[in-house]
Design a protein around this ligand. Structure first.
Ligand SMILES: Nc1ncnc2c1ncn2[C@@H]1O[C@H](COP(=O)(O)OP(=O)(O)OP(=O)(O)O)[C@@H](O)[C@H]1O
Ligand SMILES: Nc1ncnc2c1ncn2[C@@H]1O[C@H](COP(=O)(O)OP(=O)(O)OP(=O)(O)O)[C@@H](O)[C@H]1O
Ligand SMILES: [Mg+2]
Ligand SMILES: [Mg+2]
Lengths: 267, 267
């Protein structure tokens, strides 16, 4: 069965793209079939992976407006890793889609029609907003992964994001659940970081067994530490594993991959 | 004369809100009349300044849809400092405005009608996107200030942002210009940081005397260094000056204020 995971946080700059790129490639390095989706008009995931889309080639934009299927738009990065890339065409897609009946299901229709791609995990990188594209990702996903920077402003939006997940589950996608929260850019020396960890852990523990979409969500034990090598590797079009495999960033994303896979036994 | 400055960068998490809050208050501490505008539906500027909007009170949302004037929505923080706050009402404003004729000029109309507020500087905090709200800010502004994190992904969007500034100048706001770029979250030990500084400086130097909106833009000499105290102060509803006046964050934003004022002789 395919597991579709939307990586979302409307707060900007918290590690969404970095997590989709590095976790995605780490999963494929572990032999799993992975498809990455760049749903941001800034195309940062596409840039991070060093993919250049030739003029006229189909992208995620064409999948959303129903012009082509997933396999036509997919760029194969490795035999078991593909990317649905984004280009600046995407900057007008929200206005275009909003005029269509059933716009919320554009991505889900595209991904479901693309079952011919052999993949076990689909990871979707979302823009920093709770707009139309993010709603499309929530409607298409089985679960949500929330990268969280342990800062006050980043924590503020959490309640609204959970509320949006609840709304989408009630009206568009009954199977949607929060899989987990992963701390990114973590600096253990700060009291702010430690306080926020406690706050999130207590919140998720208190929700256990309730009827919410986050009743079985986890705060990943793995924490992604702040590490400048993670900010350097995109400029080389590489993941942290290719750029600096001995860095803390590579260690942390490998650990996150292992903890993530422990939740999904193979096959 | 009033100077309206839009603080914009569609890349998320680069220091837009932190700059509007701390530079804005620093300008008012220097005796200038300042009005801050929270144009982000996440209301981070409003949160950062510890402002709570009572139910039913007018906000920037009401100014945009023409329901009230600027002075009715303004929260006076000090005699020479006010805020046009945002609430979650703003999350639907883009869809609502997009259905109106002349939606791009909603903010400009609101600010122009509010000339009764005694202010010399208006600073607008924008969301991380080049959508309808950001276009409104560009149409209303005299100039743009770009906070830039010296990271590869943050640099990528610069060309598209400059292109958008050019478009707005050509079609909506002939006086619009780029005032400057300020480096935020700077870590001097990284080669990435130094390389990006050179790249931006060279780009702006090469543009001198051309017919672009950035022909006289500057890269501020003042650099805002990464400093965890800047991430802590919002949780107390305070600026860095109230929270930790001896921190590097307070030093850097004071220096930025002084450099900024040197460009605008008083009166
Ligand atoms: N653990 C880390 N340590 C240091 N830098 C990091 C780390 N993770 C990401 N970065 C860098 O921080 C910046 C923000 O990360 P990223 O772009 O992945 O966040 P995002 O949530 O996708 O941002 P946006 O909201 O703009 O889409 C990038 O420049 C990235 O290279
Ligand atoms: N110089 C700095 N050093 C350390 N942390 C900082 C600095 N400037 C801002 N921060 C913190 O980094 C995070 C991002 O900053 P901020 O929210 O101001 O960026 P933004 O561009 O407004 O983000 P968004 O795109 O989500 O609106 C915040 O948690 C903020 O407290
Ligand atoms: Mg991103
Ligand atoms: Mg902000």
């Amino acid at each position: 069965a395919v597991r579709t995971i939307a990586v979302i946080n409307q707060k900007g700059g918290v590690g969404k793209t970095t997590t989709v790129a590095n976790l995605g490639v780490a999963l494929s390095d572990a032999g799993r079939d992975v498809c990455l989706v760049d749903l941001d008009s800034q195309s940062h995931l596409t840039l991070h992976l060093g993919v250049e889309v030739a003029d006229g080639e189909p992208t995620i934009y064409d999948v959303l407006i129903g012009e082509c299927g997933v396999s036509a738009a997919a760029e194969m990065l490795k035999p078991n890793l593909c990317l649905l890339p984004s280009t600046s065409d995407m900057s007008s897609v929200e206005i275009e889609l909003s005029r269509r009946e059933g716009w919320e299901l554009s991505l889900r229709r595209g991904l479901e029609a693309g079952r011919d791609l052999p993949h076990e995990f689909v990871l979707i990188d979302c823009p920093p907003a709770l707009g139309l594209l993010t709603i499309n990702a929530l409607a298409a996903a089985d679960e949500v992964l929330i990268p969280l920077q342990p800062h006050f402003l980043a924590m503020q939006g959490l309640a609204r994001l959970l509320d949006t997940i609840q709304q989408v589950r009630d009206h568009l996608n009954p199977r949607l659940r929060l899989g987990g929260v992963v701390l990114c850019m973590y600096e253990s020396v700060t009291k702010l970081g430690r306080d926020i960890v406690d706050e999130v852990r207590d919140f998720l523990a208190a929700a256990r067994g309730t009827a919410t979409p986050w009743s079985d969500a986890r705060l990943f034990e793995t924490v992604i530490r702040r590490n400048i090598r993670l900010a350097e590797c995109p400029s080389h079009g590489k993941t942290i594993f290719e750029y600096d495999p001995r860095s803390r960033g590579a260690e942390d994303y490998t650990a996150l991959r292992d903890e993530f896979l422990s939740l999904y036994p193979a096959g």
